[in-house]
Every structure is written in structure tokens, then in C-alpha cells.
Design a protein around this ligand. Sequence first.
Ligand SMILES: Cc1cc2nc3c(=O)[nH]c(=O)nc-3n(C[C@H](O)[C@H](O)[C@H](O)COP(=O)(O)OP(=O)(O)OC[C@H]3O[C@@H](n4cnc5c(N)ncnc54)[C@H](O)[C@@H]3O)c2cc1C
Length: 530
Amino acid sequence: MRETDVVIIGGGHNGLVCAFYLARTGLKVTVLERREVVGGAAVTEEFHPGFRNSTASYTVSLLNPKVIREMDLGRHGLKVVERRMSNFLPLNGRDYLCVGGGRTKQEVAKFSAPDAERLDAYGERLDRIADVLRELVLATPPNVVEGSFVDAIPELLKSVSIGNKLSKLDTTGRRDLLALFSQSAGDWLDGWFESDPIKAAYGFDGVVGAFASPYTPGTAYVLLHHVFGEVNGNKGAWGHAIGGMGAITQAMARACAEQGVEIVTGQGVREVLVKQGRAVGVATEAGDVIMADRVVSNIHPRLLFQKLVDPALLPADFNERMQRYRSGSGTFRMNVALSELPKFACHPDAGDHLTAGIIIAPSLAYMERAYIDARLTGWSKQPIVEMLIPSTLDDTLAPPGQHVASLFCQHVQPELSDGRSWDQHRDEVADLMIDTVDAMAPGFKASVVGRLALTPLDLERRFGLVGGDIFHGQLTLDQLFSARPTLGHGAYRAPIPGLYLCGSGTHPGGGVTGAPGHNAAREILRDGKR
Ligand SMILES: Cc1cc2nc3c(=O)[nH]c(=O)nc-3n(C[C@H](O)[C@H](O)[C@H](O)COP(=O)(O)OP(=O)(O)OC[C@H]3O[C@@H](n4cnc5c(N)ncnc54)[C@H](O)[C@@H]3O)c2cc1C
């Protein structure tokens, strides 16, 4: 039996961020990670001899600047570079749309002059809402409390402070905010633009990680969730961490080590130990016991409350809510090793477009069909594929002259219907994804010399993402802000005193942000002072 001040279950990036902030105050912190490597879904691994790539998350923008600064991630080796172009959409064998790199207006004008004219206003209006969201990212949501008015006072004060932030918006801004929180991405974009390609480019963000059509209400928020980030001060931009996403978490691990955090890999936690109603430590899968004043969970809320905590210790209504907590993405994730760069039929030359997020999905209607097909049959026969070729920006990932690409593919059922298992269909669907790219870039298939394919089931097994949910639970209104993971526990505290949550299943949700870890540490320290 060992003792520590704080034990953190899971060494994902949020667990590391939380550990850093706690250890910085002098607390003795131990992080227990089940895998042999820290980083969770932000990790770089070799998937084919000589070829390394980010295994799950693959592009950076949402990582909070305050976290980067305070953990001094630059000094610990993190370097993020911007893509030279944001997005490239091959539409068919002839046409394409480029977004970013100073070309968006002239590119959109190829399809619609009025759409090109509306771009600036769209960007400004979305930015104003994203700015409000940015201010809320590091705030603890007001918690819904039962009991006396005195208990409610601090939460009311938080609500007032949030109300003040929202009151900075004029009526147009408030209307936009309401639309973005309630509408579908499709309805929102149809209100702005008439041509398909730009709606597809922006609408892709509305379905990333969601098992949803772009016309499903609530997807406008998913779109908004993807624009509140920045790269090196450039708002809304997406970039690449040299060395892949694992470079972020390796830098975090170094920052933690400097503060004296003990990180133990290959140590899964089997149980949260509770004594007289209070969390007092954990038991590991290997049978070790680590006693701690506070237990913090970086893992998916359903894994914590349904596997590691005895349900008899939790209120019945809380168990029921956790049972209903929706978790599942329509995501199929691949890495491919390439002998050469792809040549798109519509844009065969090499160029900045190969550094972009290459989106194969020419319209919102295509995305909707992909969702409906997957919903009905298991996976879409004409899937949405975003391909990134990070080796165009980073020569540490592949042997000279060769490349690696991330394929982020949708839609597939999180859990296959009709009793089928993803274990039986992995290769078939992986072939389909490669064929989908090959249809736009003939020769791509022949250039693939190695591959890794992760179905939703694989994402769950490897990373503990229930239903392959890339965000630790869907980003729907009933699972956001004060209601993440559930109303009454939206402030990083579990129903058991001494047990806290610091992962993506808390506000502000998924993405490599560091925000849940940062905010949870603040709440834990506040309780310590009390
Ligand atoms: C395919 C995919 C693509 C994505 N793309 C992007 C992207 O491009 N950009 C972006 O910003 N975000 C992206 N995301 C989302 C982002 O990666 C996640 O939201 C984020 O990494 C989650 O971080 P976390 O620290 O909250 O949890 P996790 O990274 O899930 O970490 C939890 C950790 O807990 C460990 N664990 C689980 N059970 C136990 C146990 N019993 N004992 C000990 N340890 C345990 C796990 O092994 C894991 O290391 C993507 C996610 C996926 C899956």
C-alpha cells in the first residue's frame, strides 16, 4: 500500500494538465495510466516500420493558450506549425475548392459571387460568438445544487458573471448565439450561403465526431466547438504539432515531471476505494493499493461510474442518468504509410493544398446521405473522409521521400447493428475508405505500403472511448456546460466527496484543449482551501 495526496486515473492530456496544476502547489500527485504510453487520444505511435503518426486526434487548434503558456510547453519541446492552406475539397475529377491561404474569396467566387461577398460577414459574426465561448472555456459552469439558498449563492454569482459576458453581445449576436446552440449546421449554413462547396467545407466541422447528419439539430454547436481554437495566436486556425499529437502530451509529461508528478504507465485502475462515503484511493488491476486524499478521474464518465465505482455507492437517479449518457461517434480512423504523395485528378500538381485538411465530401447533401446510409446499413458506401498528410509539414514522421496520412472517416455505426461485430468488417471498411480517396486521387491505393485501421470498437478498446466517442460523450445541449456529464455534477465533482472528474466528459468537452484538466485542478484546490 502506498500513499499520495492526489491520485489521477488516466494519463490523457487532461490528466496531465490537472496533475501539473496540482503539483505546482506542492501536492504529491501520482498519475496511473493503463497504456504503456501517456497521452490517451493525443499520442504518436509507429504503425508501420519506419512510419509514425498521431494515432487518434491528428490536428491542433483547441489547445488552450493559457495552458500552453503556464506549462511552458514550448520549452518542453512543443512546436506547432500552421497549415499553409486550411482546407482543400476535391469535388470531382475537374473542380475543387481551396479554403485559407488568402485564397478563400476568389475560390468561393468560382461557384457563387454572392457567397464570396458574404464570407467576411460570416467570419466576423461567427468570431464574435467564438470569442464568448473562448471566455467560458476556462470557467467552471454554475452547478445546479439542491438544498439551502446559501448553497446556491456561489452558483448564482457564477451565472451572473456568465450573463455579463453574454450581455456584451448585441441583439444580432444573441440571435446568432441562439441559432448556433439550437439549429443544425446545415440550417445555419443554408441561411448564409447558396453554393455547395463552401457549405461542405464549413459544415464538415458540424459532423466531426458526431454520429449525425449536418441537418441534425444541435450540429451547429459542434461546428462552433471546432472554431474556438487558435494556432500561435491566429484565431480559428488549425495546425500541426511537430512529431504529431504525442509531442503535445510528451511535453506535458516533461512539465509534470519538473513539478515532481509521478507518472506510472502500464497501471490500469480497477476500483475507486470509498470509505465512510469518501473516496480514499484506488486499487490497480495489478492488485496494488494507492491511498490518496483525493481521487481524480481522467477517464470517460461511464467507465468511471459503471466500472470503477460500486453503483450501490451512487444515487439511483445518478446511475440512471449515466446509463443514458450518450456516447458514440460515427468515426473510423486510419493511418496510412505512403510511398508517394497523392495526385488529385482535379489538382494534380504538388502544392499547399497537400498540407490542408483534404475533405472528400462535396456537399451537405452528400454528408446527410452518408449518415442515413450508415444509420441503415452499418456504414456509408460513400463516406466522408478528411485526409491530412502531416509529413508535408514534418519530416520526423516518415522515411525521406515517403509520407504518412491520417484518414478521419465518417459515417459508421458506433456499434454495428444486427449482431455484427466490427472485428468482422474492419478490413472491408478500410478498403472502402482507401478506394474513396483513390477515386479522387487515382494511384493513391497503389501508394499505400502500410496501414492501421481503427473501428469505433478499436477506439473503445485502445483508448477507453465508449462507442468510439472521440469527445467522451456527445456534444449535445443536454450534455454540455452545467450538464456535462450531468446536471448537478457539472463542476468537476462526483457524487462521492473526494472524487473528481477532469476529462473530456466535463466542461468544455472533447478536443485537445487542456481546459477540463485546468478547471478541475482549480476546483480541487478550492475545496482544499475550504
Ligand atoms: C479518432 C479521434 C480523432 C480526434 N481528432 C481530434 C483532433 O484532430 N483535434 C482535437 O483537438 N481533438 C481530437 N479528438 C478529440 C481528443 O483527442 C480527445 O477529446 C482528447 O484527447 C481526450 O483527452 P482526455 O485527456 O480527456 O482523455 P483521453 O485522451 O481519453 O485519456 C484518458 C486516459 O485514461 C486512460 N485510462 C482509461 N481507463 C483507465 C483505467 N482504468 N486506469 C488507468 N487509465 C485508464 C486511457 O488509456 C487514456 O490514456 C479526436 C479523438 C479521436 C478518438
